[in-house]
Design a protein around this ligand. Structure first.
Ligand code: C2E
Ligand code: MG
Ligand code: MG
Length: 503
């Protein structure tokens, strides 16, 4: 309707219109045509009167086809039908210009086929072409829809990955994962006519960086690819040596973590939680890794990677089982019988299929009362799929376990969601406690969190309480449960039990 209205407006105002329309041939086929309409008028002395319209048109099917062909020739590689260097650079410049800070990262993978020239020389260019076509097909199947696979020429391909993680190291890990996948795919045997060919490739990766131009970025990836060749081919290298070594360290850590699971190198440390009279009311279990060379490793150094790789699930299960066994052992003694033990559950573990069942069967096997187990969750869980989180929490709640919101106030807290969660406790994050003696706004935040928890009927505990002064300030604002070095550090079980006996 809009198109029609514009056309008629032009005819009324200027006496003519021209443009492209779709028309239908007698055999029903639709085709593009160039249409020119002119109004025929007579002048009766006073005004012009339109008596008729003249329309002329030409079929522009052929012209359109030619245009498309020219476009294809200009921007695509005829052999593999992949975008060529010109289109790649075009997209690259466009993306680099339109990228804001803080959005996901992007990466360029420069891929060169090892010993391609030898194949060409021995088997001829026809066979070489078949290999390139198959490589193009495999590359396309390795990447996501929005990513660009292009052929620069010869045996050089470039893959541009977009929408990687905003976190640099994680983005690099994703780029490496994509590179590994390409590597694996291109290393599979090729059936070229009647013979089977084996080929490898060298890959160089450069991560997008605001300080360099598109051409430099491509050069970086190329340089990294040469590094991979120099390392004996069939390899993958990052342009940034720091990135390369960070990734190698990650890979080592991942291998060691798997080993740690198999060899039971984890242990739980226990930290006391007390009430206003300094009576023990609960305990938080904190995981430690007794690394054979590096000694005791704190969770910050390995939990994030465990999350990313999924290793958090077996680790979390081990924590759960160990905690339940400890609760069972505590049943025998009057001083420990009533302690509630809290364990930390990470988002990936909580969101995993079958988490409720795992908790239920572990509780059953250990034979403890579910009410003595508390799960500490974090606000970051609410970033994805709040409905699922609520439903999982309800099911666990039905088993009898309780919930504490850890690190409260540091994450994404929609009160709207918060009031729908079946929580029992809120833990004021230690960052507010740390500066409470000097920072007035932290004092106000603590006061607000306490008021909110009270209005929602939730119990409240402050973590990271190190000094009497901090405790006093928090107490004045209405929070009388504490955890922190002032009352005890996280310690191994024997030490913890000694500490309890002293209290
Ligand atoms: P979180 O759950 O908030 O644990 C509190 C952290 O504060 C612990 O660090 C504890 O050692 C430390 N802390 C306790 N009192 C004080 C104090 O008075 N002052 C100071 N400065 N720090 C104090 P930790 O053990 O290094 O654990 C760090 C984080 O790692 C934990 O934070 C938790 O998010 C995670 N984590 C620990 N164990 C596990 C686990 O078994 N599973 C999972 N998924 N995460 C865990
Ligand atoms: Mg915690
Ligand atoms: Mg915490």
């Amino acid at each position: 309707a809009q198109f029609d209205a514009k056309m008629w407006q032009s005819i009324r105002e200027t006496g003519q219109w021209q443009g492209e329309v779709w028309n239908r041939r007698k055999n029903c086929e639709v085709y593009p045509e160039w249409l020119n309409i002119t109004a025929g008028t007579v002048d009766d002395g006073e005004q012009k009167k339109v008596t008729h319209y003249v329309a002329t048109f030409s079929d522009i099917t052929l012209r359109k086809q030619n245009e498309a062909e020219i476009f294809q020739l200009a921007f695509y590689d005829p052999l593999t039908e992949l975008p060529n260097r010109r289109l790649l650079m075009d997209r690259l410049r466009h993306i680099m210009a339109s990228r804001g800070y803080g959005v996901g990262h992007a990466a360029l993978l420069f891929i060169d086929i090892d010993n391609f020239k030898t194949l060409n020389d021995i088997k001829g260019h026809d066979i070489g072409d078949l290999l390139l076509i198959d490589i193009a097909r495999r590359l396309r199947s390795c990447v996501r829809e929005g990513d660009t696979v292009s052929r620069l020429g010869g045996d050089e391909f470039v893959v541009m990955l977009e929408s990687l993680s905003p976190e640099p190291e994680q983005a690099a890990a994703q780029a490496k994962a994509a590179g590994d996948k390409i590597h694996q795919s291109l290393n599979q045997p090729y059936q070229l006519k009647d013979f089977e060919h084996h080929s490898t490739c060298s890959i160089g990766i450069s991560m997008f960086n605001h300080d360099v131009s598109a051409d430099e970025l491509l050069k970086h990836a190329d340089t990294a690819m040469y590094e991979a060749k120099a390392a004996g081919r069939n390899a993958l290298r990052f342009f940034d040596p720091a990135m390369q070594s960070a990734l190698e360290a990650r890979a080592t850590l991942e291998t060691e973590l798997r080993q740690a699971l198999a060899e039971q190198q984890f242990s739980l440390y226990y930290q006391i939680q007390v009430d206003a009279d300094r009576h023990p009311i609960g305990v938080e279990a904190l995981v430690r890794w007794n690394h054979p060379q590096r000694g005791l490793v704190l969770p910050e150094a390995f939990i994030p990677l465990a999350e990313e790789t999924g290793l958090i699930q077996p680790i979390g299960q081990w924590v759960l089982e160990t905690a339940c066994a400890q609760l069972k052992a505590w049943e025998a003694d009057a001083s420990t019988r009533d302690l509630v033990l809290a364990i930390n559950v990470s988002p990936r573990q909580f969101g995993a299929q079958g988490f409720v069942n795992k908790v239920e069967s572990t509780l059953l096997r250990s034979g403890i009362a579910a009410a003595r187990l508390k799960l500490e969750i974090t606000e970051s869980m609410l970033l994805h799929n709040v409905e699922n989180v609520i439903s999982t929490m309800r099911q666990l709640k039905a088993l009898g376990v309780s919930f504490s919101m850890d690190d409260f106030g540091t994450g994404y807290s929609s009160l709207q969601y918060l009031k729908r969660l079946p929580l029992d406790q809120i833990k004021i994050d230690q960052s507010f406690v740390r500066d409470i003696t000097i920072d007035r706004s932290d004092q106000e935040i603590v006061r607000t969190i306490i008021a909110m928890a009270q209005s929602m009927n939730l119990s409240i505990i402050a973590e990271g309480v190190e000094t009497e002064q901090q405790r006093q300030l928090i107490a004045n604002r209405g929070c009388t449960n504490y955890q922190g070095f002032l009352f005890g550090r996280p310690v191994p079980i024997e030490e913890f039990e000694t500490l309890l006996r002293q209290k």
